[in-house]
Design a protein around this ligand. Sequence first.
Ligand code: ADP
Length: 495
Amino acid sequence: MENLKKYQMYIGGEWVDAASGDYFETDNPYTGRPWGLIPRGGQQDVDSAVNAAHRTLNSVEWRGMTASKRGQLLRALGDMLGEHAPHLAEIEVRDNGKLYAEMSQQTEYLRQWYYYFGGLADKIEGAVIPIDKADNFTFTQYEPLGVIAAIIPWNSPLFLAAWKIAPALAAGNTLVIKPSEFTSASMLEFAKIFEKVGLPAGVLNVVTGFGVEVGAPLAVHPLVAKVAFTGSETTGKRIYATAAEGLKKVSLELGGKSANMVFEDAHLDNAVKGVISGIFAACGQTCVAGSRLLVQRSIHDNFVHKLVDLARTARLGDPMLSTTQLGPVTNRPQLSKILDYIGIAKQEGAEAVIGGKQPKEASLQAGWFVEPTIFIGIANSMRIAREEVFGPVLSVIPFDDEEEAVALANDSNYGLAAGLWTSDYRRALRLPSQLQVGTVWVNTYRAMSYMAPFGGYKQSGIGKESGQDMIKDYLQKKTVWMSTQEEVPNPFIIR
Ligand code: ADP
């Protein structure tokens, strides 16, 4: 038995085991072996965490803290995260297999969400209404929603959690976080840093465990006011249905089947890089993966040729090494899912011009690797063009003109993002408003910022994350009426 690092959960400012005393193993996708033990939480742990968050919500310590102080503490958290960024990145890589080169940038960038929303904390102002009724003074104020349940997936755990934690705390809520069972360690390491900042105990709690054992009871808990979820469409819909029972608010950031569209007038070498990074960065395990390449027929063969040439140079290997360009996929079930979809595409008549299998190199046999795969001969009606694979698998679909490109891009249940490669500024201005997606990238792909709202149209989700408006998604507005009359008028008339 290997020496596995044993973690505890963080509830009410205490480090605790699961009430059951059970653990489960967390694996390293590169070695295919377990490296840590994570507490297997359940209903009782969810109750403890939600109760702790609820107690703190109404405590003098938290309720009485000024918004400026909250902001200051969030900025201090940002500073501390910056100091620990390399360590956090190592943990992320060990658990989800993404490249250290990418995760270290991500953990370094993380702090900006805490700075930005920390800065916003004391800039939320209500209004005095120039009310139409005489002798009344009427104003609005913003108040926190309450306890927020944040349910996080495995692809970018700390990053996607920051999108929820920073605005939720800036707005004065408290949180219970449930990381993915595949990547729980980084959130527990984050909590170790968080506890040093000096926010009241119970403001942030982390319960680890499986979706049905922790996520489901958390999402239906009567003291939870809002569920902020990033993950699969299936789970998102389940959460939405159960949240409806308790009239809880939700934000859902779900899947995508995003079109990366390349026109014949594009700078082709840039477009090749953009398409490659859109689908092979993070091994295609991002909700915004540009998994459908729509390419103008006049350049189809040439462009596919260039893509294959570049994809062929991708070095698969240890995600910790700076020379590696493609790491393993995050977990065994995901590996099977990707291989199943590759099989489905082949059955549907698609032709793999590169990849389409697991690599043969001896050094890659322990880990969960898939070759970068490009399919041609795809019709937009095929399953491989409609369903989210979440892996390094690109489907190439030709189009004749702009109208057809837009129609194909929009012919999807999803609406998360789209990429557009063109040198024609008129087209670049014309197309974004025709695309039914939450984000359009023109001559770039996968750019994100704490300042820029992000979220899906259609089946890709509900609500936005990041950007200053969305702090209001963690607040509710109250209207206060005050009479300035000396006497209460006729009580039998509503005013
Ligand atoms: P992914 O494919 O990204 O893992 P999931 O939707 O399965 O997508 O998982 C995202 C998060 O949702 C994880 O933290 C997972 O444990 C959690 N989860 C899974 N099933 C449920 C459920 N029924 N209720 C609440 N959370 C769940």
